[in-house]
Ligand binder design. Sequence first.
Ligand code: PXG
Ligand code: PLP
Length: 442
Amino acid sequence: MRLHNELDLGAYWLPFTANRAFKANPRLIVSASGTRYRTDDGRELLDGISGLWCCNAGHSHPRIVEAIQRQAAELDYATAFQVGHPTAFELAGRLAAMAPTGFDAVFFTNSGSESVDTALKIALAYHHARGEHSRTRFVGRERGYHGAGFGGMSVGGIANNRKAFGALLPGVVHLPQTHDLDQQAFSRGQPTWGAHLADELERIVAVNHASTIAAVVVEPFAGSAGVLVPPVGYLERLREITQRHGILLIFDEVITAFGRLGAGFAAERFGVVPDIITTAKGLTSGSVPMGAVLARGEIRDTMFDDAGDAIEFFHGYTYSGHPLAAAAAMAALDVYEEEELFHRARRLEPVLEETLHALADKPNVIDVRNIGLAGAIELAPRDGAPGARGSAAFEAAFERGVLVRTTGDIVAVAPPLVVAEQEIAAIGSVLGDVLDDPVLGG
Ligand code: PXG
Ligand code: PLP
């Protein structure tokens, strides 16, 4: 008996989901351990997408579970407004130590969306504190995903996420996206073509004047849009241009931090250091909602100096630095360290690369790309029905026991960092069968 036959599915409005279609054919997950989920009809599902790019240490890791249980019994909640609790301070110090040199200001949030909105507000408030009141514009990028808040939507570049929601933040402009199938298809790691696309920022500066631009925000690799890997030299060029014009550079590392690229942060992997880093997801290995914004100390100091003894940043959340989340994050970082999971991701990167690129000649495949422990297979859209082939691939993989993420006709894979080599092979084998399945052809 499947559990969903007994459940009333009516009230729950699922996010980013076609609810009518889902409720006609619901998929329910009831438990998880390591790289595996169990569905309500007792099937095992290999998690090829780390929950949703977040469960980097695998599911229900005993160490993280124990930390959450212990913390819940000891201190369930303490406000972070004018009061603190020790674990949040410990965690902030630990993140500052992990981050690139100079990032010693850590602000806690509860999600990637809140981290992005927080980072945008820090950028504005920093320029305000310096007396540069005209620096209010933001530069995002086409196909960027920066969460579902109004700030993140505004700098984001995915039209479906924006079209129903009006004018959004004023003064946002977008860089061109960096993925070009003609130039880059079937690249392994960073494509060699495309660094010049960063020069578009010079044009934006020329049109608007540098003194009106607060910050540029980009994902080091774009996750949600389907693993769009930065061209060699591109991030370096963005850094050089922003620095020259006094514009802050924000790396949205909600997906890329905590091991996805075989390092604590993409900034470390790519050797490009921004001014602000947003995180969430892998911070607690997905176990308790939490995000964090890391800023260079001089940004914080400028705001502190300007405020004197008054409140320097009128911003925060009821659950900023929540004890359960902080305890979960401390345990997740312990697991990453003790199990050397960032090194493991780096070691598995060529294994995933080979596995995915071996599917290049399957029907309808127009691109395969990868970086770190993440990759994507892009399928040709069906005539007049973009996304249909991608949806069919998602369902066919689910039926065969593998959870992937599809966005349009792109199948994304990003397994937990604890994944075994045989499990990567199993994902490859299932995806091969999926791509050969006649249901994808039509
Ligand atoms: N920034 C980036 C770079 C993200 O990937 C967010 C912000 C927002 O985080 P929250 O925690 O508010 O969801 C994200 C989240 C997908 C997918 O389609 C990706 C995300 C969320 C939902 C779906 O792959 N990333
Ligand atoms: N911090 C944490 C939490 C880690 O897990 C690791 C490695 O796995 C490191 C730091 C060190 O990373 P690296 O040797 O790449 O600097």
